[in-house]
Design a protein around this ligand. Structure first.
Ligand code: PLP
Length: 397
């Protein structure tokens, strides 16, 4: 076989490659704090009981396996958009389609913008979820960055952020994480949001919200959606990529939405037709199981209530591990300031550790994490917390 001889090995994915190394390791001390997926207090994945109950109902109701429409299950999309934009959202002028989770939402949104938006530049925070660069590049957008996080203070770099957004050509696309910024866990506070909105309005930019952690961050889905709802109420043009991977624990079901807030219902209809035209040649229609689960949960008051409790339970466990991690690092003898880690929200502790320190954690302690110093707190539990804290202290001392 010679036809593929010219093909060279591609680079492994930064995050999924580390997860692979974790699986391959035979070190019995090994700890996986790399991938952003929830683990319960025993280190196992958790299927929410409300999700299981919804699946039971779906079987009871004999749900079939027919194709969904190109734009997905309309009843699911309606529930999903109300979850994000609020019960009183003007759905009659929001064009929304079901997508392959948050990744697919970014992909469809990016392609839509590349085809139909006047500006071709999209500005991503530094740092951001690594896949953003690849997704929006693939869509044909000109990927630019804005300063977001100051590694010297371990805090938001508001001045840098405002300066870069100001320098961007008028009418650019600004990607903002809706809450629990990945990887830093550092969000603008309300006065910082105010300053951002004022500037974005003045510059005529378009906001692309990526919402991968609604409810999962604080435990309160309404609170976590506040920033994006304020932007919508302010009337700033916006798109939203919504993922149900983390907050519903539906990672592998690939369930999400992409939506565009329009000025009226007529525009919505036109945009829906174009969104469908983008989806059809890509994958025809989205998968059905995950969206049926979300629809079933959010259509039933009792299940919805149960779901909210379970989501809070995940957020609370992560929250408490965050505090305990910092306590344990101090107990191990560290005199560094770790207050940034306690202040952060969401799934990750952005520790400020250097790439070399991360390598040392992996090579000497079999602790698998990304080289930016990000620890997935969900991977911590009573069995490994002290071990990880002592190792962090050893490499940062
Ligand atoms: N956006 C952000 C910021 C993320 O952190 C993630 C997942 O880690 C995603 C989007 C997309 O995830 P998924 O495609 O699994 O919904």
């Amino acid at each position: 076989d010679t036809i593929w001889n010219g093909v060279e090995m591609g680079p492994p994915d930064a995050i999924l490659g580390i997860a692979q190394n974790f699986r391959a390791s035979t070190d019995e001390r090994k700890v996986n704090v790399c991938v952003g997926a929830y683990r319960d207090e025993t280190g196992q994945p958790w299927v929410l009981p409300s999700v299981r109950a919804a699946e039971g109902k779906m079987i009871e109701n004999n749900e079939n396996k027919e194709y969904l429409p190109i734009d997905g299950d309309a009843a699911f999309v309606e529930k999903a958009l109300k979850f994000a934009y609020g019960a009183d959202a003007p759905l009659e002028r929001i064009a929304g389609v079901q997508t392959l989770s948050g990744t697919g939402a970014c992909r469809i949104g990016g392609k839509f913008l590349a085809e139909f938006f006047s500006g071709n530049k999209i500005y991503l925070p530094v740092p951001t979820w690594g896949n953003h660069h690849k997704i929006f590049g693939e869509c044909g957008l000109d990927v630019q960055t804005y300063r977001y996080y100051d590694r010297s203070t371990n805090r938001l770099d508001l001045d840098g952020m405002l300066a870069d957004i100001k320098d961007a050509p008028d009418g650019s696309i600004i990607l903002l994480h809706a809450c629990a910024h990945n990887p830093t866990g550092c969000d603008p506070n309300s006065s910082q949001w105010r300053a951002l909105m004022d500037l974005i309005k003045e510059k005529g930019h378009l906001i692309f919200f990526d919402s991968a952690y609604q409810g999962f961050a604080s435990g309160d889905a309404e609170a976590d959606a506040q920033a994006l709802r304020n932007v919508m109420k302010e009337g700033l043009p916006m798109l939203l990529a919504q993922s149900f991977a983390k907050n519903f624990g539906l990672y592998g079901e690939r369930c999400g939405t992409l939506s565009v807030v329009c000025k009226d219902a007529e525009t919505k209809d036109i945009l829906m037709s174009q969104l469908k035209n983008i989806i059809r040649p890509m994958y025809s229609s989205p998968p059905k199981h995950g969206s049926s689960i979300v629809k079933t949960v959010l259509s039933d008051d009792a299940l919805t209530g149960q779901y909210y409790k379970e989501c809070t339970q995940m957020a609370d466990r992560i929250q408490s591990m965050r505090t305990r991690l910092v306590e344990a690092i101090k107990e191990a003898g560290s005199t560094h300031d770790w207050s940034h880690v306690t202040e952060q929200i969401g799934m990750f502790a952005y520790t400020g550790m250097s790439a070399e320190m991360c390598d040392q954690l992996t090579d000497e302690y079999a602790i698998y994490l990304t080289r930016d110093g990000r620890i997935s707190i969900a991977g911590l539990n009573d069995n490994n917390l002290k071990y990880v804290a002592e190792a962090v202290h050893a490499v940062t001392d």
